[in-house]
Design a binder for this molecule. Sequence first.
Ligand SMILES: [Zn+2]
Length: 319
Amino acid sequence: MGAALLASWPWDNLGFYKYVLYGPLVGKAVASRAWEAASPDRWILLLLLLFGLRALTYQLWSSFSNMLFATRRRRVVRDGVDFDQIDKEWDWDNFLILHALMAAAALCAFPSLRHLPAWDGRGFAVALVAHAAATEPLSYLAHRALHGSSGRLYARYHSLHHSSRVPQPFTAGLATPLEHVALGALMSLPLAAARAAGCASVALAFAYVLAFDSLRAMGHCNVEVVPASLFRAIPALRYVLYTPTYVPRDSPHQEGGQLLSLHAAVRSAGWHNRPTLVGHAEEDERRYTRRLVLCPWSMTGHQTTYIGLTHFSFNNLTS
Ligand SMILES: [Zn+2]
């Protein structure tokens, strides 16, 4: 089982020294003074900057989800992350190294990609269409294959991602190299489409990749940031955007955890046991009730009876 192709990271035994893998890019950037406008290797500096921002994106979402003073009432899975999960997700950023190497290889193979204009607004429209038409459906099919009926792919590859009991932003990085190779390829499709249409730009690459990462981190952050009222006002939104509420909680993160938006369609297909919009609304109501319990003085403001207050359990303060 452990010998499956691309089921483990080849630099697993390097520990912290895995960052040496960025060495050739950093070395070439320094040697060619990539920070100077006239440098032919300016693309390397941009690449390293992009991947630094990708890591920062996940870190910021992780910091946010752990600000319990602000997020406690909106946590979906109430449990904390145990040491076993922390250890397992310690090298969550392996995929960033892999994607950096994949991007550098693509830029070396296609030198014209190194000289993109800073901005071209048309590229955003092309990328959006390509994302909806290709990246989302293909990632949905790939994910479905990983959950296939035989269970072989799930056992060899995808079970690792679903082994985390409490989803958090770093859980998005907990997957096998094979899955992250596929993810990187799928992410490249909209950018390749924009390039083929002659309207790719540096701004598009940064915006698309960072938006992609932000949505993935948000979906795994275990803190509901989208109010149910928004889904009630725009029902179609639940087929476009998935949020932490829609990760199943009975068996935390055992079946859910989509890539991005159209994966929400699995809910309507009944493939994943995901809560419906009603579930989301109930979540909001539950949090609202909890807020009242935490602030008993506000109960009177909401015309809750004094008798009710006398039956208030202070154990609830810890819920
Ligand atoms: Zn899955």
